[in-house]
Design a protein around this ligand. Structure first.
Ligand code: AMP
Ligand code: ZN
Ligand code: FE
Ligand code: FE
Length: 287
């Protein structure tokens, strides 16, 4: 395939967090969609990266290691994507290990609240179903469906799990600047995920001051006008442009992988920035 037509999906989840695909299933779908590059961005873990990298290599797909962190800026929940991370960075692994514990405790608290509402879900049911270190609300929703306590994932969120519903538990969030710094010290680049989902544009200048490298202009839930709006913001603040489907496998209806296709020129810019960040992280570490 010629250089110009190569395309990437840089926002994907597997069953190592709240997606449903195994790494080899994700890569098989990417191949079917004729994607040339994929980035795995599971929530608060990079455990899925080595097996996904191996499957990509076998399939002739370029792989970028990533994660999606939950952060906070001026009261807004902001998701920050980290790309081209050093998967062996001790501090990074230690910190995301803490976020994983927080997620596990939050599951226990959500189940406790459900029990107080006379919904007899057991935490073991959620953990067995999630079977990963970074469980989240979608796992609670699936466990509720599986136990016959609600009839759909939507019902689980609407009745219990959405923000301010009775079994919702707020999640600890680090500051956006801390998330960005954690990604940088791991040699990666930090990108604001799906800015159009929360429409909190006013936080962008502060995040740029905090070292933000890029912004996810293309996302399944962005309209064409929204993407254009964020492309203009990227130009104004000299940010990298990224895009991805945010596919969670079959957990949210039809698989979205490949529905967002980022032109390869943006992958090249991201890799150039990552090389700078990696060099800076090594310089910082060795002085
Ligand atoms: P958590 O990280 O545990 O707060 O869970 C966030 C995940 O839940 C994200 O993948 C969301 O896309 C998903 N989610 C949030 N709200 C809903 C909803 N109303 N229906 C289905 N999934 C949702
Ligand atoms: Zn998710
Ligand atoms: Fe997100
Ligand atoms: Fe995501």
């Amino acid at each position: 395939m010629s250089h110009e037509t190569r395309s990437a999906d840089l926002h994907l989840h597997t069953y190592f967090s709240d997606g449903t695909y195994a790494p080899h299933e994700l890569v098989a779908e990417a191949k079917r969609q004729e994607l040339d590059v994929l980035a795995l961005t599971d929530h608060d873990t990079v455990e899925g990266c080595p097996p996904t990298a191996a499957a990509c290599q076998a399939a002739g797909i370029e792989f970028i290691a990533g994660t999606e962190l939950t952060a906070e800026q001026d009261g807004h929940e902001i998701h920050i994507l980290g790309y081209a991370l050093d998967l062996a960075n001790p501090r990074f692994l230690r910190e995301i290990g803490k976020f994983q514990s927080v997620r596990q405790n939050r599951i226990r608290e959500m189940v406790h609240r459900l029990n107080q509402l006379n919904v007899p879900l057991q935490e073991e049911e959620v953990f067995a179903l999630a079977n990963c270190r970074a469980p989240g609300r979608p796992h609670v929703a699936r466990a509720l469906v599986q136990a016959g306590l609600v009839s759909s994932l939507d019902e689980a969120f609407e009745r219990f799990l959405k923000k301010n519903r009775p079994a919702w538990v707020p999640k600890f969030k680090m500051s956006a600047a801390d998330a960005t710094e954690l990604i940088h010290q791991s040699g990666g680049v930090a990108v604001m995920a799906h800015p159009g989902l929360n429409r909190s544009d006013e936080v962008i200048p502060a995040m740029v001051d905090g070292g933000l490298d890029g912004i996810e202009c293309f996302h399944t839930k962005h309209s064409a006008a929204m993407s254009e709006h964020y492309l203009q913001i990227a130009a104004r603040f000299q940010l990298l442009i990224t895009g991805g489907s945010d596919c969670h496998g079959l957990s949210k209806g039809r698989p979205l992988i490949g529905s967002v296709r980022l032109p390869y020129e943006h992958v090249e810019k991201l890799k150039a920035k990552a090389a700078e960040r990696r060099a800076a992280a090594i310089r910082h570490f060795s002085t």
